[in-house]
Design a binder for this molecule. Structure first.
Ligand SMILES: Cc1cc2nc3c(=O)[nH]c(=O)nc-3n(C[C@H](O)[C@H](O)[C@H](O)COP(=O)(O)OP(=O)(O)OC[C@H]3O[C@@H](n4cnc5c(N)ncnc54)[C@H](O)[C@@H]3O)c2cc1C
Length: 266
């Protein structure tokens, strides 16, 4: 089997909680660029150590097994060498415990192709954009906003982010900053298992939508002609929200068939 070389270096690891981190890497060779919302494969060999708080491998992984998984890029799409990712550790997983053991300067494999059709730039200019995420599903929206927020002053843009605990709300400081800076941007964090200090919403994102949050707080009607939706994260949440949208006449966007909602399940 062809032995793929490591071709990127870790530049930063910021642990946001025990099992989530922002990972920044630098490719040895610049890439041709990408569209915000796309993903790329990260890979490490089975011989790499696992993090201290993970479980042992459930099967032996040879030193020549390159474990690769897709990750959404959170960076501005003008970046060609430095890429940022928001990653949750699956303690029993094959790759994430190895990613969580990386330190700055460590080497890893970055896939050659940057792919994906979860793209803000396929929505019509002027349409309102609702971005719904649980967990690390927030990453593509960070790329959307870093890249496009200043280009779309006529669109209302709303991020609804669900998590269990406050520390799982990745990028919340950046999202709160954008909300202050841009009058057309709104950030709605909600927690299902918050501690007592949490002053914000305490429901699942599905329930916020069904409770007419968009209509009541932002004067946005779920109408496929005017409002496009992105849904990313937990598969159960993705399916529930998709079903809710279809009742309003929405159809799923595919690369070869235009639709008004876009999904990415992890
Ligand atoms: C297009 C795309 C983009 C993705 N982007 C991201 C991203 O930006 N950040 C990110 O962290 N992940 C992302 N993922 C998920 C990622 O590719 C891996 O599946 C994940 O990191 C687990 O890899 P692993 O090798 O550690 O676990 P594996 O050895 O592959 O084991 C996975 C097992 O854990 C379960 N599992 C997977 N994810 C979770 C989870 N979050 N919590 C609990 N159980 C889980 C699976 O059902 C499976 O049983 C993305 C997936 C896709 C398809």
């Amino acid at each position: 089997m062809h032995h793929l070389e490591y071709n990127a270096t870790v530049r930063g690891t910021v642990l946001v909680s025990a099992d989530s981190m922002v990972l920044s890497i630098e490719a040895d060779q610049p890439r041709r660029g990408f569209d915000s919302g796309q993903y790329v494969l990260l890979g490490l060999y089975g011989s790499e150590p696992r993090s201290l708080n993970s479980l042992p491998d459930s099967r032996p992984l040879g030193t020549r097994t390159l474990i690769q998984r897709p990750y959404a890029i959170a960076s501005h799409s003008a970046e060609t060498s430095r890429f940022e990712f928001f990653i949750t550790q699956v303690r029993s997983g094959e790759l994430t415990p190895r990613l969580f053991a990386l330190e700055p300067g460590a080497r890893l494999h970055l896939g050659e192709e940057i792919r994906g059709s979860f793209l803000l730039n396929e929505t019509p200019d002027g349409s309102d954009i609702i971005m719904i995420a649980t967990g690390t599903g927030i990453a593509p929206y960070i790329s959307f906003l870093r890249t496009h927020i200043a280009d779309r002053p006529e669109s209302k843009m709303v991020v609804i982010q669900g998590a269990s605990h406050e520390e799982d709300l990745g990028y919340s400081s950046e999202l709160r900053f954008l909300e202050k800076r841009y009058p057309n941007f709104f950030y709605v964090p909600t927690l299902t298992d918050p501690d007592e200090q949490w002053q914000g919403r305490r429901v699942r994102v599905e329930d916020l939508l069904q409770g007419e949050l968009l209509q009541n707080e932002f004067n946005i009607t779920p109408d496929p002609e005017w409002t496009h939706f992105f849904i990313s994260g937990n598969p159960v949440m993705v399916r529930t929200v998709s079903g809710w949208l279809e009742a309003f006449g929405y159809s799923r966007h595919h690369p070869d068939r235009q639709g008004e909602y876009y999904i990415e399940e992890y």
